[in-house]
Design a protein around this ligand. Sequence first.
Ligand SMILES: Cc1cc2nc3c(=O)[nH]c(=O)nc-3n(C[C@H](O)[C@H](O)[C@H](O)COP(=O)(O)OP(=O)(O)OC[C@H]3O[C@@H](n4cnc5c(N)ncnc54)[C@H](O)[C@@H]3O)c2cc1C
Length: 304
Amino acid sequence: MNNSIKDTLTNTASIYGSYLSFNEPLSKHSTIRTGGNAYAWYAPTNLEELLETVKFLRKNNIRIVIAGGGSNILFPDGYIDAVFINLSVGYFERIVFDGTTVTAGSGARLSKLIAESVDNGLSGMEGLIGIPGTVGGAIIGNAGHKIEISKYLVSVTIIDKNNGLHILGKEDISFGYRKSSFTVEDIIVEASFELAREEDRAILRARLREYLAGKLKTQPMADKTLGCIFKNPDSIYKSAQLIEMAGLKGVRKGGAVISTKHSNFIVNDGSATSSDVLALINVAREEIKSKFNIIIEPEIKFLD
Ligand SMILES: Cc1cc2nc3c(=O)[nH]c(=O)nc-3n(C[C@H](O)[C@H](O)[C@H](O)COP(=O)(O)OP(=O)(O)OC[C@H]3O[C@@H](n4cnc5c(N)ncnc54)[C@H](O)[C@@H]3O)c2cc1C
């Protein structure tokens, strides 16, 4: 990328007082802690700055990647010639309550949205407890545990591929099992949810404890992972069961290991690269195809 791109980004970031870094290691923004370096990492603080930056980058044909909490995407090991835009501060992390409606910036942490909803005596979000990452990332993949995030969703504000700002009603979006109809060019800015009043916060907190305990018991929550690697196939068996039945529990490629606690998780033992993770994903897919004639599709996203 030429110096004028660098200069313009630096200038914009300094006007708004935003975080901008060049040659940024992506591993520090990934929950599995792998990946190479990106041309730039930019965290705008307000909508005007985001729109201005996106328009500038698109006009100059610079690749943009929207980065959430990095808990559902495998960054490649090499250099990535793209500007990563991270909406985790300022306008993009706010959470605002209005009666039973809550509006969250796309970079708001899901855990914070759940905690604040419960503090406000609002029920609905508890079933998402234990899912790391941001509201935007959760909507893109329709994340879910006891419920899917789309359940209480009312609307989503996006910047589309033509840099237009639109409010989409839930009826304008399709959601499925770990998927939504958003394209890679859509940038989620914020989302609103309609929750139910529950004045007895003790009920909500007990529910949070129960759901979280279930997750902690069955999943390697403290390890470096990306959560479940594969979607469950259309089969009586879940991906974790198929991986276990194929004898792959504990199998490793380099520093990437199939978790012994939950077979659908790949753990970075501290020395893994994204190539190790990818190699292990391929081993699991091939083994399950050859042993059971079932194709398991990744739940996580990849960047080329
Ligand atoms: C320990 C652990 C447990 C997990 N448990 C669950 C679970 O129970 N259920 C579940 O569904 N998932 C689970 N996950 C996976 C992951 O946490 C979720 O998918 C989460 O919602 C991803 O959010 P994120 O902000 O980290 O997204 P990222 O990984 O940062 O991004 C995911 C995708 O969304 C895009 N994106 C992110 N933000 C925006 C935005 N504002 N606008 C446009 N595009 C955007 C990114 O470009 C990328 O393509 C788990 C992961 C871990 C590590």
